[in-house]
Design a protein around this ligand. Sequence first.
Ligand code: ADP
Length: 525
Amino acid sequence: MRPDLRTQQRDFLLEITRAITAQLDLSEVLRRVLHASLVMLAGRVGIVALSDKHDGKFRVRAFSGIGADDVAQLDAKLQELMNPLDDEGFSREFLNRKLREMADVIDPRLAQSIAMPLVFAGKPLGLLIVFRSYQTAITSEDVATLQSFADQAAIAVNNAQLYGELNQEHQRLEAILNGSGDGVFILNPDLTFQRANRAFERMTSWPREELIGRPKSDVIVWDSLESRDIEDALDAGWATPSPLPGAADTVYVEGDLTRRDGLTQSIGITYAPMFTEDGRLESIIANVRDISNFRKAQEMQSVFISAVQHELRTPIAIIKGYASTLSRDDVEWEGDIMRENLAIIEDEADRLTDLVEDLLTASKIQAARELRLNLADTDLSAIAARSVERLASGSKRPIDLSFSEDFPLIPGDAIRLRQVIENLLTNAIKYSPEDKTITVGGRYTEKSVTVFVRDEGAGIPKDQIEKIFERFYRADDKLRARTHGTGLGLYLVKAIVEAHGGEISVKSQLGSGSTFYFTLPRDLA
Ligand code: ADP
C-alpha cells in the first residue's frame, strides 16, 4: 500500500471509529462497523457474527451483500467454528477451510476472505468477516491497521451490548414496578418524589406525573398514624450507612392515609435507604402495602372475641343466678316457680350448647377448609318441626310450619342441617319484633328441595346482603348492640349448605322482612 494511501486510510479509520463508538444502539454499531470494513477492504460481502450470551455460539447479527436465506447456512458453518479464541484454539488451516466453505455458500466466485476477531478485555465478542471477489496480498501493516480497527469496533460493540443490557434491565425493573400490586415510590434525600408506580397511583389517587418533584408531605397526609413517619427517623440519624451489613434498617410506619380524592386508605409503608458509594444518602425507596383487609380482619376478630365473651358470659351468669336462687336454704320454692326457673336454666344451657357447637363447626371448617358430613336419609320437615318446637317456647310467638305434603327425604347430615334451620330461625326471632309472624316451610321439585325461613322484621340493607354470610360479620352498630350474636351463624349456614352441594339465598325488603332459602339436591351427584 502506498504511504499517502495509508495516511488516508488511517484518517478514514479514525473518523469512522469515532462515529462508531459514539453510537449506543447495537444494530447501528454493527451496521457501521460492517460498512467501514467493506469500504476499507473493498469487500463485496461482509458479516458480523456475535457470540450468543446464552450458549456462546456465534450467530450472524449483521450482513451486507447477501440474502437472508444464506444467513441460516452461514450460521450453521459458524457453529462449527465455535470459539476461535478458546484456549485450545484451532489451526489457521481449519479456519481458512471454514472461511472457504462459507464463501462457497455465498458465491464460489468469491476469491478471498478476511476474518477479524472482535475481542474486548480478553472476552471474545464476535467475528467480523469480509469476502472479496479478488485476491491481493495483505501485508503485516495492513493486518495491524485492521486489528486496531477491530479492537475499536469491539469496544463499540461491548458498549452497545452493555447499554442494551442495562436498558433491558431497566425495562424489566419498570415492568416489575408497574406490575406490582404493592405501591412503590422513591424519594430524593430532600424528601421530594423521584418516581412512583401505578399501584401507588391507585392507592393515593395522585397521578404520577403530578408526583414527581413534589414534597412527600403533600402526598403522604396521615389521617391517623400509629407510629412516627420517616422524618423522625431521619432526624434520629436513621439514614446513615452502618458499618454492619444490613444494619441500616428499614423503617415501617402504618396508618390511615388521606388520599388526594379525600377518601381514607389504610396503608403500611416500609422505607429503605440507598447510599452512594461514598456513603451519602442517595434515595429512599418505599414499599406501600394496602392493609385495609388486614385491618378489617383484625377488627372483625376483635368484634368476634367480644361477642363470644358476651355470648358465653350472659347465659352463664343467668344459669348461676337462677341456680343459686333456687338452692337457697331459707326459701321453700313452689313447684311452679321451681319449674319456671329450671326451664330458664335449661334454655340458657341450650344456648351455650348451640354456641359451643357453632364455634366448633367454624374451627373445623377453617382447619379443614371443608366440612365432613355424615350422610343419611334425612327428613328436613321433621327437623324443622322439632326446631320450631324448641325455639317457639323461648320466643313466645307462633312459628308457622308450611311444608308441602310428602316432602321427600334427602341425603344429608341431620345434625348439621338442624344447625342450619335453627340458625336461620334464631335470626328470624332475633331480628323481627315479637308480634310478627315467622314461617318455616319447604317445597320440592324432581331434582331438589328448598327450605325457607321467612320473617317480617327490619330486613337487610342491599349493600349488606353479600356480607352477612362472611365470618364474624354482624349488622350495623345499633342492631349489634341490641342483639346477641357472634356473626358466625350465617357463615356456618352457608358452609353447611354448600358442603351438601346446595345453595343459599336471601330475599329481603327493608321494613317488611327477609326470607332465607336453601336448596339441596335430592340425589347426590
Ligand atoms: P349474628 O346473628 O350472630 O350476628 P349471623 O351470621 O347469623 O350472625 O348474621 C349476620 C348478620 O346478618 C346479623 O348480624 C344481622 O345483621 C343479619 N341478619 C341475619 N339474619 C337476619 C334477618 N332474619 N333479618 C335481618 N337481618 C339479619
